[in-house]
Design a protein around this ligand. Sequence first.
Ligand SMILES: NC(=O)c1ccc[n+]([C@@H]2O[C@H](COP(=O)([O-])OP(=O)(O)OC[C@H]3O[C@@H](n4cnc5c(N)ncnc54)[C@H](O)[C@@H]3O)[C@@H](O)[C@H]2O)c1
Length: 374
Amino acid sequence: MSDKVRVAIIGLGFGAEFIPIYQRHPNAEMYAICRRNRQELDAIGDKFGVKTRYTSYEQLLQDPNVDAVHINSPIADHAPQSIAALKAGKHVASTVPAATTIEECRDIVETQRRSRKVYMMMETVVYSREYLFAKELYDKGELGRIQFLRGSHQQDMDGWPGYWEGFPPMHYATHCVSPCLAILGKHAEHVVCHGSGRIDETLIPKYGSPFAIETATFKLRDSDVCGEVTRSLFNTARQYRESFDVYGSKQSFEWQQVENEAPVIHTKSTAQAPLGEAEIPRRVKVPDYAHLLPEPIRRFTQPAAIQDAEHLSFLQGGGHGGSHPHLVHNFLMACLGKQPGMPDAETSVNWTMVGICAHQSALKGGEKIQIPRF
Ligand SMILES: NC(=O)c1ccc[n+]([C@@H]2O[C@H](COP(=O)([O-])OP(=O)(O)OC[C@H]3O[C@@H](n4cnc5c(N)ncnc54)[C@H](O)[C@@H]3O)[C@@H](O)[C@H]2O)c1
């Protein structure tokens, strides 16, 4: 097998941000792009010098030169397109969420097993510098025993493409669920969720979901730890927050703040090492983890560098904590069989199903829902 993976990117809104990273990764050939609108497809193809272009996803899958697809289409397409690609013998990277139903989640896992290809959900938060920092603290023993985890992802989606209108908040919960599970390397077992408030009457019928906020607690399998996550999308005055908090017996990490504010570490005062109240919380500067990447893509952990060098006017979420090059690198290494994809198919759908089952729970007034295992 060649040491270069030939990649095709599908969906060129958010998806276009990954083109320059694949182009510079030593183990990738940025081979093809796909989007239905020919004019816009050509505009991106010309800008980045990508020659192979498809307006039809089905035709792209028939191209034997495509080793791997990276799917960035609208949410409802993620699972069907992933399953079709695995059946066509391609490795799959799918943006979040993996799916919107339990049946699709089952289908992804079963098709991935039969195909023996890589399936990886491209969850940005678990490659953000804030998550990598908290994980490093935990792995070094500095947090002590983890007692509780909390994630929140609030985003005002007013004015976004139509498929977002009225979307159940928990159907897009992986950004807040994933760090809570990844740090302990566990899956979620069951979930309870409450819906709160009410969105505009005109938005409710689109997905039959009335809630402005959904807030869930879930139990980690083979663990005594619980996590809690909160989501909002419409009619709530909180423009953007993507955060998670880890409460440990020795130290706790809180990333629950206004964007770009430094996170806080709280240290437990003990008889052996007493701390004054003012010394207990301290803001920390989170380091960059570019050194984990091949040299040519290191600069992509800095969103400003990508924006300037590639003349991208549309970088979403400020590059999501420097995560994009880490996702690309992990996916390519998994395709080449050098390391497992993180998250793998089972983990991707577990993170996704916490949200799907949470929404079921909210619709049933907070009933406890078991998360299926495949
Ligand atoms: N942090 C993150 O992980 C993150 C951030 C932003 C967006 N996303 C995800 O990325 C996806 C895309 O987001 P966006 O804002 O670019 O959406 P968008 O709706 O603006 O763009 C979707 C793109 O997919 C293309 N497309 C649609 N159907 C297609 C098909 N059948 N075949 C080929 N191309 C098709 C469209 O032409 C467009 O280029 C969303 O599902 C969103 O969930 C994730």
